[in-house]
Design a protein around this ligand. Structure first.
Ligand code: FES
Ligand SMILES: [Fe+2]
Length: 357
């Protein structure tokens, strides 16, 4: 029997690297600081147009952008208390999307705007793209129960699909060829849940190189490098010596034409007092430097790549595992957030069984 590597390559994947589909999950919408109490902003998320506002209770509300009266964009409107009033004819909607007032009628009509679940973490407002959140917000596994400090890195665009950007972090071979790593990297995968998977480096070595001679005394075991993927679109990297791990989140979303918009978030655990606060500024700055080092080497290739892993080798095994994990998650259609047609679902079933054999 053929191995998984030859049974599946990226061209047999239906959802992976598909500009029309994405995985139901939490996606970053807007920085929390950019949505102040009383403000409403337009956000296009995974192709769907939303209006996000923050009522006087401080909660961020996400609703479909277009007014059910005549289609005005609600981000042109005004926040009133915890509700939003349309600019055009002043229809008012509450935070559940129900119409609660139509001034010229003196009463409301039974119309409702679709609203979406929101949550805030790491300085971002996140939106769940389905009806009921089934999994937590993306988090760094080591910091799951910690209070965190964070800073924003770059806001960027890439000329390829978020999945392609994501797998760069587990493209074992390119660490040697692009980033000049002196050791061979081999990952072990661990599925956290249906929508989250971690790849951790298992190797240590390269003691003969100067770089590793400098670094190795700081490591008890292998060099810590792991990547935790959420919904195949947000990844958190953990790396560094045992006494000081750096955490970088790459939060990506799929934009027009199968391309990527991303936001880098630098994270560390909260440390008490003024000293802790100052120390964290230094750590977050160092985290930014580490992140930039990794991002720099690949910038050009993402401008021109036409991703097609036609000839996977053993070093590409983690990428194949990522694709298999990705294909088993629930896809939605980019733009409408609807379920893809049943026919596509049946096709997908064929591939899933091939992956798991
Ligand atoms: S279009 Fe919104 S109230 Fe008329
Ligand atoms: Fe890279």
């Amino acid at each position: 029997m053929k191995s998984n590597l030859t049974q599946i390559n990226s061209s047999s994947a239906l959802v992976f690297n598909n500009p029309e589909l994405f995985i139901e999950g939490w996606y970053w919408a807007i920085r929390s600081q950019d949505l102040k109490v009383g403000e409403v902003k337009p956000v296009t998320l995974q192709g769907r147009n939303l209006a996000l506002y923050r009522g006087k209770d401080g909660n961020a509300i996400a609703l479909d952008a277009y007014c059910p009266h005549m289609g005005a964009h609600l981000a042109e409107g005004k926040v009133e208390g915890n509700n939003i009033r349309c600019f055009f004819h002043h229809w008012e909607f509450n935070s559940s999307g129900n119409c609660v007032d139509i001034p010229c009628l003196g009463k409301a009509l039974p119309v409702k705007l679709k609203t979406w679940h929101t949550a805030e973490k790491y300085g971002m407002v996140w939106v769940w793209t389905g009806d009921t959140p089934k999994q937590p917000l993306p988090f760094v596994p080591e910091l799951e129960n910690e209070e965190c400090d964070f800073a924003f890195g770059s806001h960027f665009f890439k000329n390829c699909h978020p999945n392609v950007v994501m797998i760069n972090a587990i493209d074992a071979h390119h660490f040697n060829t692009v980033h000049n790593f002196p050791i061979e990297i081999v990952f072990r995968k661990e599925e956290l849940n249906e929508n989250a998977i971690t790849f951790s480096n298992t190797t240590r070595g390269g003691d003969e190189s100067l770089l590793m001679k400098l670094i190795l005394p700081f490591y008890k075991n292998e060099g810590t490098y792991s990547m935790c993927y959420w919904y195949g679109s947000t990844g958190t990297v953990t790396l560094g010596p045992d006494f000081l791990h750096f955490y970088i989140m790459f939060a990506l979303r799929l934009v027009e034409g199968g391309k990527t918009e991303g936001q880098t978030i630098l994270i560390t655990k909260k440390r008490p007092g003024l000293f802790g606060w100052s120390f964290n500024r230094l750590i977050l700055w160092l985290t930014l430097m580490v992140g930039n080092y990794f991002a720099k080497g690949d910038t050009k290739v993402f401008q021109t790549i036409k991703f097609n892993l036609k000839t996977p080798t053993k070093a590409d095994q983690s990428i194949i595992q990522f694709i298999q994990h990705y294909e088993q998650q629930k896809p939605l259609v980019w733009g409408t957030w609807e379920n893809p047609s049943t026919r596509r679902g049946e096709e997908a079933g064929v591939v899933y069984s091939a992956c798991s054999s």
